[in-house]
Design a protein around this ligand. Structure first.
Ligand code: GDP
Length: 176
């Protein structure tokens, strides 16, 4: 018998949410461990692919940043997980989460929509004084759709690593 090669999985994780919620900042924080102030706004969607080796060394590659409407099914096809981001200081961005979730499911048509791994992410946790969405509201929505839930801050890094690790582990469990 030949030895099995070390498991290496490429994950396609889609990150969705209204413009300005912090999708790019979250990715940047995760990839580079820093907060970026100035960059071009992104509309709707980004996607990231991720390599996981058995040693759990992670290499991320970010690409995308196109208009959501023009992305089409090819963009979503084969997605392993989806991160839905809202801004805890922006109630409207929270209200849009269900729309983002159903758009994603419509476009990607995963084999078992009920079990598809979603992560709900309430970003800008550092802005407590202007909070508009309570943590309970976030939890309730996550519970309703059986999503993982984290409040994160791309600014101070709170929970960013934990959230991404969680969704990556849930996703890679599916392959084993
Ligand atoms: P995107 O359009 O969803 O990609 O959002 P961006 O990543 O462009 O972020 C929009 C704005 O929010 C930028 O000015 C960011 O600097 C800011 N921002 C993003 N994440 C955070 C955060 O966690 N805390 C705070 N205070 N600001 C953030």
């Amino acid at each position: 018998m030949t030895a099995q090669p070390k498991k290496k999985v490429l994950l396609k994780i889609i990150i969705l949410g209204d413009s300005g919620v912090g999708k790019t900042a979250l990715l940047h924080r995760y990839v580079h461990g820093q907060f970026i102030q100035e960059h071009k706004a992104t509309i709707g969607a980004d996607f990231i692919t991720k390599d996981i080796s058995v040693e759990d060394k992670m290499i991320w590659d970010t690409s995308g940043q196109e208009r959501f409407q023009s992305l089409g099914t090819a963009f979503f096809r084969g997605a392993d997980a989806c991160v839905l981001v809202y801004d805890i200081t922006n109630d409207q961005s929270f209200k849009q989460i269900e729309m983002w979730r159903s758009s994603f499911l419509e476009q990607s048509s995963p084999p078992d929509a009920e079990k598809f791994p979603f992560l709900l992410c309430g970003n800008k946790h550092d802005l407590q004084s202007t909070r508009a969405v309570s943590a309970q509201d976030g939890e309730q929505l996550a519970h309703k759709y059986r999503m993982q839930f984290f409040e994160t801050s791309a600014l101070d890094g709170n929970n960013v690593e934990a959230a991404i690790r969680k969704i990556a582990s849930v996703t890679s469990d599916l392959d084993t």
